[in-house]
Design a protein around this ligand. Structure first.
Ligand SMILES: *[C@@H]1O[C@H](CO)[C@@H](O)[C@H](O)[C@H]1NC(C)=O
Ligand SMILES: *[C@@H]1O[C@H](CO)[C@@H](O)[C@H](O)[C@H]1NC(C)=O
Ligand SMILES: *[C@@H]1O[C@H](CO)[C@@H](O)[C@H](O)[C@H]1NC(C)=O
Ligand SMILES: *[C@@H]1O[C@H](CO)[C@@H](O)[C@H](O)[C@H]1NC(C)=O
Length: 133
């Protein structure tokens, strides 16, 4: 009986260890895929059909001399106004990570040229229904 219990405990433990945590399921999106963050790409189309969940992250790759990455509110996003960003995600290397750790709409744009060439992206972040947390 004791051996049996140990066996069940071992099976349970293996199951718990194997269960994907939020770190395992978190997805990294390269914004624009191989086209990255640059003008004349419709990022609304890029985001279509994708589901962004809490813990996922967006990776922006771009020319640091030409562009930056700012988070603004909805109103400013619609008008491409970058004068009072909510957050400046620009780190300086042209490689920025936006951690989607809040369930909300993120409104991101290139602030150098006011959505230059349509460089803006909004994503809706939801709680992952498959997450065990
Ligand atoms: C990006 O990927 C698409 C589809 O996989 C491909 O057709 C295109 O040539 C690629 N572009 C570049 C710049 O690598
Ligand atoms: C991008 O695509 C969306 C969805 O098809 C469309 O509504 C929007 O007008 C497009 N934006 C530009 C700047 O073309
Ligand atoms: C954003 O941060 C970068 C890097 O710290 C800085 O160079 C840039 O001036 C800032 N831009 C704005 C609009 O605050
Ligand atoms: C989300 O991530 C940002 C950037 O790493 C951090 O500044 C912020 O405190 C985080 N917010 C929450 C609610 O964890």
């Amino acid at each position: 009986m004791a051996r049996f219990t140990v066996k069940i405990a071992a099976v349970l433990l293996a199951f718990i260890v194997a269960a994907p945590g939020p770190e395992v399921t978190a997805k990294k999106y390269v914004v624009g895929d191989n086209k990255s963050w640059k003008p004349n790409i419709n990022y609304t189309i890029w985001a279509q059909g994708k589901h962004f969940y809490l813990g996922d992250w967006l990776y922006f790759v771009y020319d640091r001399n030409q562009h930056n990455l700012l988070e603004v509110n909805k109103r400013d996003y619609e008008r491409c106004i970058s004068d009072h960003p909510i957050r400046n995600w620009t780190r300086g290397a042209g490689r920025d990570v936006v951690t989607l750790n809040v369930t909300k709409h993120y409104y991101l744009l290139d602030g150098r040229g006011g959505c230059y060439g349509g460089m803006k992206l909004t994503v809706k972040v939801e709680k992952n229904p498959h997450s065990i947390l």
